[in-house]
Design a protein around this ligand. Structure first.
Ligand SMILES: Nc1nc2c(ncn2[C@@H]2O[C@H](COP(=O)(O)OP(=O)(O)OP(=O)(O)O)[C@@H](O)[C@H]2O)c(=O)[nH]1
Length: 303
């Protein structure tokens, strides 16, 4: 630790349209795979915290989903969470895809940014995909849209300019404590990864029939049977009855397959035998969690 300078710390929110590379960036910085990556948009539904600690500073990254235009209730709720988050953090990283350029999704986000006083960096990601000549016009274009504190071109995938960005973040952070122990990478990595694994299986197995707006909520995660196994109980939340039917499948066949595949991955993750219990429920209004009724259950060992 450098004793001449005070320790710095703060919260940094990463926003951007689906697929711009937010998870890839966090994983690159934290150095291990903590968010499930996929080519499908909007994989990240949960707010995860990747904690990056150095001798001088600690940055807590918040992966803020749902800051895109709401099309349905679930999106609406996520939007509110995202908007509040933007006001509370020390810095916002607004990530765009260099390849795609300016679009309506960005316009919507910039409108949101204008409603907060939080400093914003524009992160131009995927610069490995464009010709260097294309970068300057892009920067000029975005400069006109919002008074970004910094504009930083990076490649999250190849690691270009990541160190510079981390330094610029550190420079901006306020004086503050080390919130998390040095070896802490995420807040609750297992819980997050487990729900994402289940979500991933549902999305893969149902292909395009189920929109990306499904959510998976962990109900129980505990050791049972004299520590011989870990019991995982989770609920898959869909928005419509028809989607519930698809996720459950004929006589529960789809849910059974989701459970089977997810269990294999969870066992590998936790290094333990796992009992997985999955439920599906329809919930149009996420907020009213108390009213959630479990209306279909599945336990693999019953089959
Ligand atoms: N060529 C290139 N591809 C990238 C880069 N960063 C991310 N990608 C790819 O872009 C795709 C989407 O990346 P993600 O990190 O999942 O994007 P995201 O913004 O977290 O997506 P959501 O969770 O849907 O919001 C993946 O296939 C990544 O491999 C980059 O710097 N260069």
């Amino acid at each position: 630790m450098n004793h001449n300078q005070p320790y710095k710390s703060g919260f940094v929110s990463i926003i951007g349209r689906p697929n711009v590379g937010k998870s890839t960036f966090i994983n690159r910085v934290i150095g291990q795979k903590i968010a499930i990556m996929s080519d499908k948009p909007q994989t990240t539904r949960n707010k995860i915290q990747g904690v990056y600690t150095t001798n001088q500073s600690q940055t807590i990254f918040i992966d803020t989903p749902g800051i895109h235009k709401p099309k349905h209730k679930l999106g609406d709720f996520m939007m509110k969470v995202a908007q509040n988050t933007l006001k509370e953090v020390d810095l916002v990283l607004f990530m765009i895809n260099a390849e795609e350029g300016y679009g309506r999704g960005d316009e919507f986000i910039i409108e949101r940014l204008k409603q907060t006083n939080t400093p914003v960096f524009l992160i131009i990601n995927k610069i490995d995909q464009i010709h260097p000549d294309e970068l300057l016009p892009l920067i000029e274009q975005y400069k006109k849209l919002y008074p970004f504190k910094e504009i930083v071109p990076i490649s999250a995938l190849q690691g270009n300019n990541i160190d510079t960005l981390l330094q610029q973040i550190e420079d901006l952070l306020p004086e503050g404590p080390q919130y998390y122990p040095e070896d802490q990478v995420t807040d609750h990595p297992e819980r997050f990864i487990i729900t994402e694994l289940i979500r991933e299986k549902v999305l893969h197995l149902t292909r395009e029939e189920i929109p990306h707006s499904i959510a998976v909520v962990m109900d129980t995660l505990e050791r049972r049977e004299n520590n011989a196994a870990i019991y995982v109980g989770a609920t898959i939340i869909v928005e419509r009855n028809s989607q519930k039917g698809i996720v459950i499948g004929k006589q529960g066949s789809m849910l059974k397959e989701v459970g089977k595949r997810a269990r294999v991955d969870i066992e590998a993750l936790l290094g333990s035998k796992v009992f997985l219990e999955l439920w599906v429920k329809v919930q149009k209004d996420w907020r009213n969690k108390a009213s959630q009724l479990r209306d279909y259950g599945f336990r693999e060992d019953e089959y």
